[in-house]
Design a protein around this ligand. Structure first.
Ligand SMILES: [Zn+2]
Length: 617
């Protein structure tokens, strides 16, 4: 009979091999990018095959039943339970289901190829000519171009994705996904998917979203009324709204976030919060270069676990694409360190008897994982943190007026932006609820627009089917995860604020998160974690309250927070994070705590960044 140790050893070998290939391919560490990609594909397939094999799930179930019957040690029972839970998230029991799932992957691949071939862009309102543009460029035009006709053209370019994907395979994907979802016990695909990824039903998730809609409606309507009074009725149109609420202080605040100081600020803040990395090894590759993947991420090439009496620390890699010398890059680098450093703290502290509990893929809740990273990076936006830590090269603190200006700019559209995120979730749910024989392109578009008008009072600046998540298999029926994560972040913030009076430099935060949120890995569900820490059921109240504040109210709260922060002692101790931290740039190691204290690593890093800034200027 298979044992938990067999499963742990087999899995670990496959996981480590795949992650090594992943890092090489994504960081562009070899000259032969194609060979690196092929090596990754091969290792990824081997891991997937292991996870999806129905006979492995059957063997794990049998071993678990036997362990329970014969009173095996608790660690063996817990570990086998974890393996059953994980294999169940990947394996499909019935042959018919597996066949359908494989067919859906083919359909999704064809849809993704078609979508990749789409000629994205906008029709220039002056020349009438079509100008190719990426979705990022279109987004920037909509939020920053002062010419309304150009913004409208950009929005129309984005909206054109909807009929295009509907004509190119999305409807068939929806039909087959629903068939699979119902076959496997859900009311539809959405319902089946969320039971697997979040351990929650569709009903539970949307009850939370309904709560959020109720809690933000008044504020959204007030924002609309204010804007209409200021700028006229057309302000609610999708190409005007985002532009009207976007206020940007990145440039003004830039001098107070020197890139060179980002590592030290992160280390000091996390040490002050009592965050520890439990002997893990961390490699940070923060600066952009050719051949490197274009999005920041955090992976765990070696998962942490307790192997009998032996603690097996994690190995963690995280990356960003900051460009030294570019406006806003210092803040972005700092935010990345807080965010990815939060994921790293989470996964390096999982202390369970098998590695299945500490890997970041299913059945680990992505929403709950994001609560950790987003909670920690939210501290960076707080007035007390900025007043204490955000200083320019001369060591002068950011002026109070500039801190408040930033708060006002981000607060104004908060409730509305949340509702726009939720519109995507409600629209996707509505698509899967259309009966098969009524599923047409017209009907889908009608449902999407109805949701947007109900929630936003107009069409959305981000048409639902232009969001790539809805198309791809792994990210479909998932967008609500971002909203749930925000709920968790604000509930967690409110808990610490009420209990301890502050978040910045609060030394109780690290140990409490370690004990409640991090140590159990994926052995608990999202709502159970939130309730265990805060004593409250998971709810939208804290998020709705925060988003519904007027800019004046947010500033008043910040002033009170600043007043209180005078009592909070500054952290002057040694920066000891309890792990080995190396800063790398591709194959080059810039500095490492392997051979020097953290402060020295920060100095070397600062020197290297300044060199890069001069080189880039
Ligand atoms: Zn994240």
């Amino acid at each position: 009979m298979i044992t938990a140790t067999d499963l742990s050893r087999e899995y670990e070998a496959l996981h480590v091999a795949k992650e090594a290939a992943f890092w090489t391919a994504y960081m562009g560490l070899t000259d032969d990018a194609t060979a690196a990609r092929n090596d990754l594909d091969k290792n990824e397939k081997a891991l997937s095959a292991w996870l999806q094999a129905p006979e492995r799930l059957a063997a794990a179930r049998e071993a678990l039943a036997d362990a329970e019957k014969n009173g095996a040690p608790e660690s063996e029972r817990v570990a086998l339970g974890g393996w059953v839970h994980m294999l169940k998230a990947h394996a499909i029991d019935s042959a018919e289901g597996r066949e359908l799932a494989a067919h859906i992957i083919d359909l999704e691949g064809a849809l993704a190829r078609k979508r990749g071939e789409m000629n994205l862009g906008y029709t220039d309102p002056k020349s009438g000519e079509f100008v190719p543009a990426s979705s990022v460029k279109i987004g920037t035009m909509m939020s920053a171009n002062p010419d309304e006709a150009m913004r409208k053209a950009a929005w129309e370019g984005l909206a054109a994705i909807e009929p295009y994907v509907l004509e190119n395979g999305y409807l068939e994907v929806v039909r087959k996904r629903n068939q699979l979802g119902r076959m496997l016990g859900g009311s539809d695909y959405y319902d089946w998917k969320v039971r697997g990824t979040e351990g929650m039903t569709k009903l539970e998730i949307f009850a939370l979203l309904d709560e959020l809609m109720e809690g933000t409606q008044k504020r959204h309507e007030q924002t609309l009324a204010e804007l209409r009074a200021e700028k006229g009725d057309e302000v609610s149109r999708p190409w005007n709204f985002r532009y009207a609420i976007s206020g940007d202080v990145t440039k003004e605040q830039d001098p107070y976030f020197p890139f060179s100081q980002s590592l030290e600020r992160w280390g000091r803040s996390f040490a002050a919060l009592g965050v520890e990395y439990r002997d893990s090894t961390m490699v940070l590759d923060l600066v952009d270069r050719k051949g490197k993947y274009e999005n920041g991420f955090c992976h765990m090439p070696v998962p942490a676990w307790r192997d009998g009496d032996t603690w097996r620390p994690a190995r963690i890699h995280f990356t960003a694409n900051a460009i030294p010398g570019m406006v806003g890059s210092g803040k972005r680098a700092t935010a990345t360190l807080f965010h990815e450093g939060g994921h790293a703290a989470h996964f390096s502290n999982v202390d369970m008897p098998a590695p299945c509990f500490s890997q970041e893929f299913a059945p680990t809740s992505v929403a709950f994982a994001e609560v950790q990273s987003m909670f920690l990076d939210s501290i960076l936006e707080d007035a007390d943190w900025q007043a204490r830590y955000a200083r320019n090269e001369q060591g002068e603190p950011m002026p109070l007026e500039l801190i408040e200006k930033g708060l006002r700019a981000s607060q104004r559209g908060n409730a509305s932006m949340l509702r726009a995120m939720c519109a995507i979730c409600y629209a996707e749910r509505a698509i899967y609820e259309i009966p098969d024989d009524e599923l047409t392109a017209e009907r889908v578009l009608k449902e999407i627009r109805a949701v947007e008008h109900r929630l936003l009072g107009d069409a959305s600046s981000r048409p639902a089917l232009s969001v790539p998540h809805l198309l791809a298999g792994e990210s479909s029926a998932y967008y609500h995860g971002y909203v749930l994560a925000l709920m968790g972040v604000h509930q967690t913030r409110e808990f610490f604020e009420k209990r301890d009076g502050h978040l910045m430099d609060n030394p109780k935060i690290g140990p409490d998160l370690q004990r409640v949120y991090w140590q159990p890995g994926n052995s608990m569900r999202f709502p159970e974690f939130i309730e265990k820490l805060t004593g409250q059921r998971v709810s939208a109240t804290a998020l709705a309250r925060s988003a519904s504040r007027t800019p004046d109210e947010a500033v008043a709260e910040a002033r009170a927070q600043l007043e209180r922060s005078k009592e909070i002692p500054e952290f002057t101790g040694e920066i000891a994070l309890g792990g080995t931290i190396s800063v790398a740039h591709g194959n080059e190691t810039i500095a490492s705590t392997d051979d020097s204290p953290f402060e020295t690593v920060c100095d070397k890093f600062a020197g290297w960044i300044k060199q890069q800034e001069t080189a880039g200027a």
